[in-house]
Ligand binder design. Structure first.
Ligand SMILES: [Zn+2]
Length: 224
């Protein structure tokens, strides 16, 4: 009887192991065949479908990247706690080179980080990932009276930067006030995209640049 139970347990274990191994190898093989942008869109689809595989989030990946990294994409995104690239794109260690600040803006330091990824890490895709309900853009829309300036703090630098951007000003002017967040948010994403497109190193290496917006209500990423 004992032998029979052990045998059944062994069979069950073998079947489970085979399924898991198969799933793992298929994922790895398929992942290698995808382009950089497809890896992101497929990852977001898994995230939305609650079928995340959490790739490269293990000891093996730590060891594989310990002597160097080769991220397949640079992601410039907002510091907003709801927009975590590795989570919403279902990626792991060594996959994404992430640059974050409130409002996904591009300062000289951010541009330096982008250039580093291109020249030293051989990354060939740059994504500007903005998001709905962005507090930085809302602050620009709602605080034209200079409320932030009164505090003499650094938040003003963020609002001031957005308020100097032509695309955002145009979106703000042309859309009704109550509904213009999305227009201004997209304009802000496109503004950062344009700044990157104009970078000589980006041009020289013919880097692919993509604008995306994450929806904090649904978890979905769309390409603009
Ligand atoms: Zn934001």
């Amino acid at each position: 009887m004992k032998t029979k139970i052990s045998l059944l347990a062994l069979i069950a274990f073998s079947i489970t192991f085979s399924i898991l191994s198969c799933k793992k190898s298929n994922t790895t093989k398929k992942d290698k065949e995808l382009t950089a942008i497809e890896k992101l869109t497929e990852g977001n689809k898994r995230f939305l479908d609650e079928k995340t595989v959490h790739p490269h989030q293990n000891k093996q990946s730590i060891l594989a990247n310990q002597d160097g990294q080769k991220p397949f994409a640079v992601i410039i995104t907002c510091s907003d706690s709801r927009v975590s690239p590795e989570i919403v794109f279902d990626q792991g260690i060594g996959d994404l080179f992430v640059i974050r600040n409130a409002g996904n803006l591009i300062s000289d330091i951010d541009m330096g980080s982008i250039e580093y990824a291109i020249e030293h890490l051989d990354t060939r895709l740059i994504v500007v990932l903005g998001h709905t309900e962005c507090g930085a853009v809302k602050a620009y829309i709602n605080d034209k009276d200079g409320a932030y300036k009164k505090h003499f703090n650094h938040i003003d630098n963020i609002v001031e930067t957005i308020s100097q951007e032509k695309e955002e000003i145009d979106a703000d002017k042309t859309t009704p006030k109550a509904t213009n967040y999305l227009g201004a948010i997209d304009a802000n994403i496109k503004h950062s995209t344009k700044l990157i497109q104009d970078n000589p190193i980006v041009k020289e290496h013919k880097i692919q640049i993509v604008s995306m917006r994450y929806d904090v209500h649904t978890g979905k990423v769309v390409q603009l």
